[in-house]
Design a protein around this ligand. Structure first.
Ligand code: AMP
Ligand code: MG
Length: 395
């Protein structure tokens, strides 16, 4: 049986970065930029005033100057400033070429057309052309997941259709004779389908597009027909039926669809019967139906895969350092590699972890508040309250 690391290496071996596409800035948030964005002009594009005040030649405290014109943002002063003269100027306005400084309006007194300089401290309040950036400088590097300030920087350079990795396209088939949609009241022996909601939200967080979703009964032929109706996709997720029970259809279903199975179980709790398969560039997971297994498997393998499809860079989820909260009940030891859902919060600048008191991996509402995964050391004898541990943050 594969370890979680072997499973991840196997997934990586079948994953390739997706193609770039151009999208408008309004659709570019959190997408991976594929080409360096460069400044198309100097910034600022001209010497600009940093203050509301007066633009003048070199001046002295006590001097009186005559105001001969005005420079506004977007409306320059055209004319020459001679010694003894100045122009009214506002923040963002071009500084006239003949001016050597801007005097803050708080540092003068004004009487009609004349100002008198009462103070002149600090810098000259001119933002020089190109002092932020020169034409051709890189403003956002390829490989950046675009943040709001990055988008603003692209807008400033006139890059309104950046080249980004297209979002991974996913489809989700949820299986189970016992499932009813959340809006229905379960009859005897039925339960509400919670995984569809969970997976849709997790995919959204991971920057993927859910382009097809359906529920199938545990019947291979029907499930196969439904999957055939899904639009072209990069990743197929099948919920439930991943194990070896009589009604578990996921493995024969993947095989019937022409997928090659790369692993069919991993040394993991919860989530042991996870199946990973590929068909050309298309990748598929069959995820054991328990909602907690879904959450764990998604953060350990599916979210990192979706990231890899976007970046092409192989990174396992980052491990942070935290402390188990005092007085916590700890997960029971197990021979399998256990990843336990926890609530992580920052206390006095340090992460504090509270393992969730889950009764079983079927406890979907018990997952509420989970935002971290704790790899439980196999020799659990050592794991105690207030112990320092590694964990994975699961946003
Ligand atoms: P399975 O992996 O299909 O054997 O399912 C394992 C357990 O998870 C069973 O108790 C199922 O009823 C439950 N389960 C399967 N799919 C879902 C779902 N979509 N929502 C909630 N529970 C589920
Ligand atoms: Mg099932």
């Amino acid at each position: 049986m594969f370890s979680t690391s072997q499973a991840w290496q196997t997934i990586l071996a079948h994953s390739r970065q997706l193609d770039p596409t151009r999208v408008p800035l309004s659709a570019a948030l959190d997408r991976l930029l594929r080409t360096d964005a460069r400044a198309e002009a100097d910034s600022p594009p001209f010497d600009a005033s940093a203050m509301d005040g007066y633009a003048a030649r070199r001046t002295q405290v006590g001097q009186t100057l005559r105001v001969i014109g005005e420079a506004q943002a977007g409306r320059p002063f055209v004319g020459t400033i001679s010694p003894g003269e100045c122009a009214r100027i506002f923040t963002g306005a071009p500084v006239p070429a003949t001016a050597e400084c801007v005097i803050k309006q708080e540092d003068v007194t004004r009487d009609g057309d004349a100002i008198r300089i009462v103070r002149h401290e600090g810098p000259n309040f001119i933002r020089r052309r190109g002092e932020n950036r020169r034409t051709g400088d890189i403003i956002v590097s390829a490989g950046t997941f675009l943040s709001p300030p990055d988008l603003a920087a692209l807008a400033s350079a006139g890059i309104t259709q950046p080249s980004v990795t297209r979002a991974p396209r996913c489809v989700h088939l949820v299986t189970g004779n016992e499932l009813v949609a959340p809006e229905h009241t379960p009859a005897d022996a039925q339960i509400r389908d919670t995984n569809s909601t969970l997976v849709a939200a997790l995919l959204q967080r991971a920057g993927a597009e859910l382009i097809g979703h359906a529920h199938a009964r545990d019947d291979l032929a029907t499930a196969q027909k439904i999957i055939a109706t899904f639009p072209a996709h990069d990743v197929l997720l099948i919920s439930g039926g991943a194990s070896v029970g009589d009604y578990d259809i996921a493995r024969p279903l993947l095989q019937a669809l022409g997928y090659t199975l790369h692993f069919q179980a991993i040394n993991l709790r919860p989530g042991k019967p996870l199946v990973f398969a590929s068909r050309g560039a298309q990748l598929a997971f069959a995820i054991p139906g328990n909602p907690v297994s879904h959450w764990v498997v998604f953060h350990l393998f599916i979210a990192p895969l979706l990231k890899h499809l976007q970046t092409g860079a192989a990174a396992e989820p980052a491990r942070l350092i935290g402390q188990i909260a005092a007085g916590c009940k700890l997960p029971p030891p197990d021979a399998r590699q256990t990843f336990w859902p926890c609530r992580a919060k920052i206390v006095n600048g340090t992460y504090e972890l509270t393992p969730l008191p889950l009764a079983s991996s079927g406890d979907s509402s018990g997952l509420t508040g989970a935002n971290a995964l704790l790899p439980v050391p196999q020799s659990t004898g050592k794991l105690g309250s207030e112990l320092t541990v590694e964990f994975i943050l699961c946003p």
